[in-house]
Design a protein. Structure first.
Length: 321
């Protein structure tokens, strides 16, 4: 990404001094490196905000249940996105609506399943298991022999996570986390299609509204009048800001500088942020074996993403985030 020199306008420069006003290649490279480093910081801050939002959501479960909390989060997030983006609803084709509705259903289902998971198992374990969805997608998209190594590494991590007796993982919670990972893979595919058909973040705003419509009835049936409690409403709004408003904004700025391949690899660090949030907010501790298991899955995910990017030909479709 090029960076404009904020100094003297080019039109005012005459004579032989003009070439000296241009930044040197070394200065340009340093500026670019600093910009990418700042973008990496934004992505890390986004991950922390998202996972700490999930930890705060877990604190709300005794009051409104997992279904009620996810409904609050998605409804508040949808309102926020629609107000900020003001997407145009007319003039879209059937294929456009198929893509954006598919994204909304994937988004709503993914969040509903994930919140069901963190109601039953620790946050770090849930995010680690959920990460297997994008990992499988990267392995399938790559179609390279090296991808099998990453798949084996991820399976080793998952085995360690379960065999080490991490809080005696609940089978239903594990199932919900794996199902959420499958919907995360669907979200990536539909997000790519929606992004190609809608300008700016319009498609995401509409999809968020669809996701809210998917989750709201389940939340109302599950939580009922608890959703009208002022404390629950306030914390639900806070969860929406932490889990949607701040991360989406930070990632939007980061992606203006950061290559998508680097961004996708950084997403592999989500279990680290989740483990930190689980420890600091929910007092969920991890031992050395569990930390090794998380590290194996992170390495596998990052390696699979890089292998998938290396295997793509110029002009091929990008299925990554």
């Amino acid at each position: 990404m090029s960076h404009d020199d904020p100094g003297t306008p080019a039109a005012t420069i005459t004579g032989p001094a003009a070439p000296d006003a241009q930044p040197s290649p070394a200065a340009t490279e340093r500026r670019s490196s600093a910009g990418e480093l700042g973008a990496v910081g934004l992505v890390c801050a986004s991950a922390l905000s998202l996972q700490f939002g999930s930890a705060v959501a877990a604190l709300l479960f005794p009051r409104a249940g997992a279904l009620g909390v996810v409904a609050l989060r998605l409804v508040f997030s949808a309102v926020l996105m629609l107000v900020v983006c003001r997407p145009r609803l007319r003039g879209h084709s059937r294929a456009d609506w198929t893509a954006v509705v598919g994204l909304g259903v994937a988004l709503g289902t993914m969040n509903t399943l994930f919140y069901q998971a963190i109601e039953r198992i620790p946050l770090g374990a849930a995010v680690t298991l959920e990460l297997l969805g994008p990992l499988v997608l990267s392995v399938v998209a790559s179609r390279r022999a090296l991808s099998l190594l990453w798949a084996a590494l991820a399976l080793a991590g998952v085995y360690l996570l379960g065999a080490s007796g991490f809080a005696e993982l609940d089978f239903a919670g594990v199932g919900y986390a794996l199902a959420a990972g499958g919907m995360w893979a669907a979200y990536i595919v539909y997000n790519a299609r929606t992004g190609a058909r809608f300008p700016k973040a319009d498609g995401l705003a509409i999809a968020m509204a669809v996701a809210a419509c998917v989750s709201a009835p389940l939340g109302v049936v599950s939580a009922g009048g608890a959703l009208l409690d002022p404390v629950v409403l306030a914390l639900g709004a806070g969860v929406a800001v932490l889990s949607s408003g701040i991360p989406y904004t930070l990632e939007l700025f980061a992606l203006r500088t950061l290559p998508k391949s680097t961004f996708a690899v950084l997403m592999s660090l989500m279990p680290v942020a989740a483990s930190a949030a689980g420890f600091l907010v929910l007092d969920q501790r991890m031992g050395p074996v569990q930390l090794l298991a998380v590290a194996l899955v992170i390495c596998a995910s990052a390696g699979a993403v890089r292998t998938s990017r290396a295997g793509q030909r110029p002009g091929s479709r990008n299925l990554g985030p």
